[in-house]
Design a protein around this ligand. Structure first.
Ligand SMILES: Nc1ncnc2c1ncn2[C@@H]1O[C@H](COP(=O)(O)OP(=O)(O)O)[C@@H](O)[C@H]1O
Ligand SMILES: [Mg+2]
Length: 238
């Protein structure tokens, strides 16, 4: 008996439907992808808070993937080394800006987008707002030009929630030196530079208040951690 071509087509379509019902549909129904970024001046607590947040959220049953910028992929980590190397003090702000975008393009394509596509929560230690704050406001480059580069590098991927850990510049830098943490080329820029960065962050919060949440980082670490959890859970429940 000859099977008609349309029967094959029906079998194919039915198989596709089954695959969709058992794989893609459950993912989209039972997971809520969210892209959360932590921003703030040096020493404001981004790196030390993230592992605890991730552990907490995983305990609550969320699938969470932490990452950092610049870095988070083999290529981006190599670019990070160039950007942070104290020997590269002569680096021009435009070179710096472009290197950050190169590292960012790679992590967006290789890590962040794929994780969000399967419904995970991605928490990043810095993202493109750092470029607006540091390379834009800090180095006083043309903000529209910097924004255009950022858009190109990210393909337009914007965080769902960005948390600013706000802190006086001197307090943050003192925390880093006191605790003998890594001191890189960006940390070593002038206090005035870091003050422009902080002012830039605060300006960005005003421009996009719905995306940003601000937490005062000049309080006990445990209090900052509780506030972070509260803000993130509130957004996840929305
Ligand atoms: N609220 C806080 N109070 C006191 N020390 C803190 C607080 N938050 C962070 N620190 C300390 O400051 C240092 C810098 O924190 P870190 O998380 O590396 O900041 P960032 O990644 O924002 O530069 C670390 O030694 C950290 O333990
Ligand atoms: Mg850090």
């Amino acid at each position: 008996m000859r099977i008609h071509l349309s029967t094959y087509l029906l079998i194919y379509l039915f198989t596709c439907l089954l695959v969709y019902l058992f794989t893609c549909l459950p993912i989209s129904l039972y997971t809520c992808p969210m892209f959360i970024t932590l921003e703030g001046p040096e020493g404001s607590g981004k790196t030390s808070h993230i592992p605890h947040l991730v552990a907490y959220l995983r305990k609550q049953g969320f699938t969470v993937f932490p990452t950092r910028e610049p870095g988070g992929t083999i290529i981006s980590e190599q670019i990070r080394d160039i950007l942070h190397d104290l020997k590269n003090a002569e680096m021009h702000p435009r070179t710096e800006t472009l290197l950050y975008q190169a590292a960012r393009a790679q992590i967006v394509e290789q890590v962040i987008q794929p994780r969000l596509a399967v419904g995970e929560i991605v928490i990043s230690d810095r993202y493109y707002d750092s470029t607006i704050a540091y390379q834009g406001y800090g180095h006083q480059q043309n903000l529209d030009e910097v924004r255009a580069l950022v858009k190109y590098a990210t393909g337009g991927l914007t965080p769902d929630l960005t948390i600013l850990l706000d802190l006086e510049v001197e307090v943050g830098l003192q925390r880093k030196t006191q605790n003998a943490l890594e001191w890189n080329r960006m940390d070593a820029l002038t206090v005035d530079f870091h003050k422009r960065v902080r002012a830039g962050y605060l300006e960005m919060v005003k421009q996009e208040p719905k995306r940003w949440a601000v937490i005062d980082s000049n309080q006990k670490w445990e209090n900052v951690q509780s506030e972070l959890k509260r803000v993130i859970i509130a957004r996840l429940k929305k």
